[in-house]
Design a protein around this ligand. Structure first.
Ligand SMILES: [Zn+2]
Length: 497
């Protein structure tokens, strides 16, 4: 280790100690501090031009304290010594004030107090790769899309890289250093044709690409240049494809749509802060209330879902959450039964759960950690993707989210996707445009009778919004292709969903 790095680490340790000791002497019964540096790189090529080229770094710290039975939080971007004392005192002052309004004092579930280090495994750090190299790949991919001719209205290619260096220390004695790196990207094209609304096709994933806690080698592995032509061809073909018909049918969701289905109808409603009413922004409560835990038949016997921040490469993968809880796997749905929540130390204690699910995360130093999805996965079953298609007499296979809407209890939903393929007697027979489907969560998952393992993978979505002030979090979803029976499709007017 260089002398400079060891000096910085010693200084950081001194800062955490000063902050925590100040909290303690001000009357805090618990306190923790995160010192975080976040680097982001965001590049978009759109219609032949550089639309976004943004490189940013922020460094700051946030302190949580419990005093008088209540929570306080304060943060700062000023690294001066006196600021750590000032912010620590402020966090305790807020805690005392909020404690005076509480009926019950905050209790925290137990945690193993550790000193540890964690680092995302990368071959090539994305921030070590010259911007010119990334621009070159994006421009090459976008050029192929734009070459589709006058029917192409929008062609774009995106790259995003992210690195977080953070230190967590608590009054309990924890001291955890982490370096979390992720990157990825994708392409998207909007084509028009006579008499049909514009058609979008994206690759891969639904939200400006796919992302993983891996190095630059992950972005390279997506091969967006090689996939530009097939993506363009599908967009043009969609402008000539018949519209998806209405009615009840069997639908297969591939991973690029299934990830969002899991996210909205299992991920959000099993966040315990929503359930307990402390977080209600962004369609924020839940139908999965505590009396239903262990009793609600959420889906068919084939449906098992987990919250797992230990999976290699997942966008929600790390060593410890922002409360210093070690990454772990928690069952949410077991053989169709609702059996678990995503929780924090506080909410786990409230419900008497077996500890926090290790999903407390803040998107920046100056924001308080909230219960956030990590990798929420639909566990694979014995089917292969092609076997599910071959076994389907009449249905549609849909891919890639285009629009979504779900009520605040997370019960009634409606999704639109970019593309569908008709399945007749076990074979794909043609493409359909503007597929949409609706459902009621337990009824919909109750109709799932197959889920593949051979195309099971972790999809990464870096834009989950929650909280006020809003925080944007990066989350993963592991899934393959799943089949759902008796689903209402195609009832939405073209152009709206
Ligand atoms: Zn979300």
């Amino acid at each position: 280790m260089s002398i400079v790095k060891s000096l910085v680490l010693r200084m950081t340790r001194d800062q955490t100690q000063l902050a925590l000791e100040t909290c303690s002497s001000e009357g805090a019964s618990y306190a923790d501090i995160r010192i975080v540096t976040v680097k982001d790189e965001d590049i978009t090529i759109k219609k032949g031009n550089i639309d976004v080229l943004n490189l940013s770094t922020i460094r700051g710290f946030g302190i949580r304290a419990i005093a008088n039975g209540g929570w306080g939080f304060a943060g700062s971007y000023n690294p001066e010594k006196s600021e750590f004392e000032r912010v620590a005192k402020l966090a305790v002052k807020i805690a005392k004030a909020s404690g005076s309004t509480r009926k019950e004092p905050v209790q925290l579930a137990d945690v193993d107090v550790v000193e540890d280090k964690y680092e995302t495994g990368t071959k090539k750090n994305p921030f070590d790769v010259p911007v010119e190299e990334k621009l070159g790949i994006l421009q090459d991919a976008e050029k192929i899309l734009a070459a589709g001719g006058s029917s192409i209205r929008v062609s774009r290619a995106d790259f995003r890289g992210h690195q977080e260096d953070k230190i967590f220390a608590s009054l309990e004695g924890a001291y955890i250093e982490q370096k979390i790196v992720w990157c990825g990207g994708g392409i998207s094209v909007l084509a028009t044709g006579p008499g049909v609304p514009p058609q979008t096709r994206s690759f891969p994933g639904s939200f400006r690409g796919d992302f993983a806690t891996k190095g630059y080698e992950y972005f390279e592995s997506l091969k967006i240049v090689e996939n530009a032509e097939p993506t363009l061809n599908e967009a043009i073909a969609l402008t000539k494809a018949p519209v998806c018909s209405s009615g009840r049918t069997t639908i297969l969701l591939d991973g690029q749509q299934l990830e969002l289905q899991i996210h909205e109808s299992c991920g959000h409603p099993t966040e315990l802060d929503r359930v307990l009413g402390t977080e209600a922004a962004y369609a924020g409560t839940s139908f999965m209330t505590p009396e239903l835990l262990g009793n609600l038949k959420y889906g068919s016997e084939h449906v098992s879902m987990t919250s797992d921040c230990t999976l290699e490469g997942g966008l929600g993968t790390y060593g410890y959450d922002d409360e210093g809880v070690k990454a772990r796997r928690v069952e949410l749905i077991k053989d169709g039964l609702f059996v678990g929540y995503q929780s924090s130390r506080e909410t786990a204690a409230q419900l008497g759960l077996d500890g926090s699910s290790a999903g407390m995360r803040a998107d920046s130093p100056q924001r308080i950690p909230l219960i956030r999805m990590v990798n929420i996965n639909l566990e694979p079953t014995g089917w292969k993707r092609d076997e599910i298609i071959e076994d389907t007499k009449d249905g549609i296979l849909v891919s890639t989210n285009r629009s979504w809407s779900i009520d605040d209890k997370r019960l009634n939903f409606q999704f639109g996707t970019e593309i569908a393929w008709q399945i007749k007697n076990g074979e794909i027979t043609g493409m359909l445009r503007n597929p949409t489907y609706t459902g009621i969560t337990p009824e919909f998952w109750g109709g799932m009778d197959a889920h593949s393992h051979d195309d099971w993978r972790l999809w990464g979505t870096p834009n989950c919004g929650k909280g006020q002030p809003a925080q944007v979090m990066y989350v993963g979803h592991g899934c393959g292709t799943a089949r759902f029976n008796n689903v209402r499709v195609g009832i939405v007017q073209e152009g709206g969903a």
